[in-house]
Design a protein around this ligand. Structure first.
Ligand SMILES: [Zn+2]
Length: 220
């Protein structure tokens, strides 16, 4: 798995193809430098850093901003529960996961069978380096966060309670207004955004998901 890296600095843009290991190393470096890190649901990661540099005139400084975007060459797809569990084990194994000669991945006392290991490698969710150490890639980290935050929207009409107070049909939340509502939900139960437009609810879902994807990288 590779990434297209676009670097924009002082109005100049350069593009290169980099490995997923290099992409993950860049994110770690961005975190150490306290650069801004954001991720979108299509798997694109943006790193932004603004710093002071010496200007051409003596004794003066100016701000320069570097923006790096990393676009994966494989579109993100959903993980199965087993794959999510396997990635979690590799991550918790912090550097102890190894690609064995039979194609399986060994993590401490557990073993991911060759066929399942190959699927993780082929989809760029994990990468093995020269000494067969396996680590979860940038795409793997994002896929894990997306698995924890499956978002969806549901449209409902209001219902009228016994005391003529109106309640949301699904959530039971008391409504200030009546009519048709669209609610955005997430499997983490931390999102319940009641909107009157489907587009607004979808935006709320996307904002939540992308906030969680970004959080997963900041903590990486
Ligand atoms: Zn969530």
């Amino acid at each position: 798995m590779t990434y297209t890296q676009t670097v924009t600095r002082d109005g100049e843009t350069t593009t290169a193809t980099i490995s997923d290991t290099a992409a993950l190393a860049l994110v770690h470096r961005a975190n150490r430098l306290s650069a801004q890190v954001t991720a979108t649901k299509d798997g694109t990661v943006t790193l932004t850093r603004t710093r002071l540099v010496f200007a051409d005139t003596d004794g003066e400084t100016r701000e320069t901003t570097t923006v790096i975007t990393l676009t994966p060459d494989i579109k993100p797809t959903r993980l199965t529960d087993t794959q999510y569990g396997d990635l979690g084990r590799i991550r918790r194994g912090t550097g102890t996961a190894r690609l064995a000669e039979d194609g399986s991945i060994r993590v401490r006392l557990s073993r991911i069978p060759p066929a399942a290991a190959k699927r993780l490698l082929d989809r760029g969710l994990v990468a093995a380096d020269a000494d067969a150490t396996v680590q979860v890639t940038l795409a793997g980290l994002l896929a894990m966060a997306a698995h924890q935050h499956k978002v969806w929207t549901v449209g409902v009409s209001e219902t009228v309670g016994g005391d003529f107070t109106r309640y949301h049909t699904l959530t039971g939340v008391r409504l200030e207004r009546t009519g048709y509502f669209v609610t955005a939900y997430c499997t983490c139960h931390r999102l319940a955004s009641h909107q009157t437009e489907r587009a607004t609810a979808r935006r709320a879902a996307r904002t939540h998901l992308e906030g969680e994807l970004t959080a997963a990288l900041i903590g990486a």
